[in-house]
Design a binder for this molecule. Structure first.
Ligand code: FAD
Length: 466
């Protein structure tokens, strides 16, 4: 069998690329070494974490907030086993969905580990060790990323866990320490805090959520603090040793100084991910990688070896499922002779806690560094009617617009439904809209989206409800 393209990896990048290629008439195959399709995202990432965030949020609402609405439920009881089973169902439903879509689009799915033996040739080794070789015009590397740890810290997925282990803890830890105050740590930390753990975040930088607008990240940290999360910023963990009782951590000031000991029941190492290319045969065929191990591509996802392409977490850019998906679509369209393209200036970024954090486009720090003059329009949810009625007033919407042209350059939201609200601004930015365009668009009342309109009005200091 000879293919137009063979995609290695069926995460959001790979499976979406396969579907789009098949829609465009390309003879397509995928190779996946996991039992289930969907990659990190569906199996151990986006989907299970969001299922647990949803369930634990409802638990916390029932335990602490229903009373304010006149609903008495007593003290809710946690059945952790059942909650984890619910999360597993969410994984299964989604991975089965991908299997269905691959079949529906007549994509050949090969289970096994793919290795590029030459341009146009992918060897597949199945679990029982048997091999076969697929012939193809194009190979797409969509092998994603994997967890990294810190020197001196060994992840055992029991007491010292990665995000994968943190999705499956058998009991709620008394004290959970997060190493790293990034999105994955804060999301999973929120899950276990809601279920009863004391959570301490140890972060090397003097802030959480590196890369997110600083003002927004600070506000978010204040809110998480009010919820009970504790923060040790500008601190580095130099050692973590699992003991019978739990884990003993050695923590020093980031700039050096006296070490301190912190005791935890469970430690979640959430310090980032690295591109995954183990055993792919990239060196043998001469595919270039950068200093971080990412496959190097040009703007069209071509590697330096003709006929070999790469997308998703394994290449440069934010490690996000929707970025991988959009690259998959763009590449499939290019291979079919069309003009696929991703606008990297408009990729939303969401933290799915409560409240959520969502961002798109430039931060204030980006604009200052680039010397761009800008205006800020900011509107708090305390002044939004719907948020007030629903007792969801934490946070704000902030819109940044060019001082000369009024074009929207970025938006940053911390608040209820931020992950949905941000898309209005993403669409506005794709169309090159001004803050005036957003402000003059009629928004239904009473909605949280009115806070976006008010922030747009606030760019020229004419918010109505503030
Ligand atoms: C806990 C957690 C939560 C996250 N939450 C979000 C979120 O809410 N939103 C978001 O946008 N992103 C989230 N992410 C990030 C998101 O999961 C990744 O950005 C996304 O999965 C990247 O997609 P990908 O297709 O590049 O790679 P992956 O999803 O990593 O898929 C790569 C696939 O390739 C397979 N593979 C690798 N090598 C081979 C080989 N040699 N042969 C065959 N198969 C191979 C792997 O088994 C894997 O299935 C989260 C990540 C984690 C860990």
């Amino acid at each position: 069998m000879s293919y137009d393209l063979v995609i290695i990896g069926t995460g959001p990048g790979g499976y979406v690329c396969a579907i789009r290629a098949a829609q465009l008439g390309l003879k397509t195959a995928v190779v996946e070494k996991r039992k289930a399709h969907g990659g990190t995202c569906l199996n151990v990432g986006c989907i299970p974490s969001k299922a647990l965030l949803h369930a634990s949020h409802l638990y916390e609402e029932a335990a602490h907030h229903f009373d304010a609405f006149g609903i008495e439920v007593g003290t809710p009881k946690l059945d952790l086993k059942k909650m984890l089973a619910f999360k597993d169902q969410a994984i299964e439903g989604n991975t089965k969905g991908v299997e269905f879509l691959l079949k529906k689009n007549k994509i050949d799915a090969h289970h096994g580990t793919g290795r590029i033996v030459a341009p146009g040739k992918v060897e597949v080794t199945t679990e029982d060790g048997s091999t076969s070789t697929l012939e193809t015009k194009n190979i797409v590397v969509a092998t994603g990323s994997e967890v990294v740890s810190l020197p001196g810290i060994e992840i055992d997925e029991k007491k010292i866990v990665s995000s994968t282990g943190a999705l499956d803890l058998e009991q709620v830890p008394g004290h959970l320490v997060l190493i790293g105050g990034g999105v994955i740590g804060l999301e999973l930390g929120s899950v276990w805090r809601r279920l009863g753990a004391k959570v301490t975040v140890i972060e090397y930088l003097d802030r959480i959520l590196a890369g997110i607008d600083l003002d927004t990240a600070k506000q978010f940290q204040r809110i998480l603090g009010k919820q009970g999360m504790e923060f040790k910023l500008s601190s580095k963990v130099t050692k973590a040793v699992a003991t019978d009782a739990g884990v003993t951590l050695t923590v020093e000031p980031a700039k050096g100084g006296e070490a301190q000991t912190v005791e935890a029941d469970v430690v979640l190492v959430a310090v980032g991910r690295r591109p995954y290319t183990d055993g792919l045969g990239l060196d043998e065929v001469g595919v270039a990688r950068d200093e971080k191990g990412r496959v190097v591509t040009d703007a069209h996802y071509a590697t330096n070896v003709p006929g070999i392409w790469a997308i998703g977490d394994v290449i440069v850019g934010p490690m996000l499922a929707h970025k991988a998906e959009d690259e998959g679509v763009a590449l499939a369209e290019q291979l079919a002779g069309k003009g696929g393209h991703v606008n990297y200036g408009v990729i939303p970024n969401v933290v799915y806690t409560y409240p959520e954090v969502a961002a798109v486009g430039a931060t204030e720090e980006d604009l200052k560094a680039a010397g761009v003059a800008y205006n800020v329009g900011k509107f708090p949810f305390t002044a939004n009617g719907r948020a007030k009625a629903n007792l969801m007033t934490d946070g704000f919407v902030k819109i940044l617009a060019d001082a000369k042209t009024d074009r929207v350059l970025g938006a940053h939201i911390v608040g209820p439904e931020a992950g949905n609200l941000i898309h209005e601004i993403a669409v506005a930015m794709e169309f090159g809209a001004s803050s005036e365009d957003v402000a003059r668009t009629c928004h239904a009342h009473p909605t949280l989206a009115e806070a976006v309109k008010e922030a747009a009005l606030a760019v020229e200091k004419r918010a109505l409800h503030m």
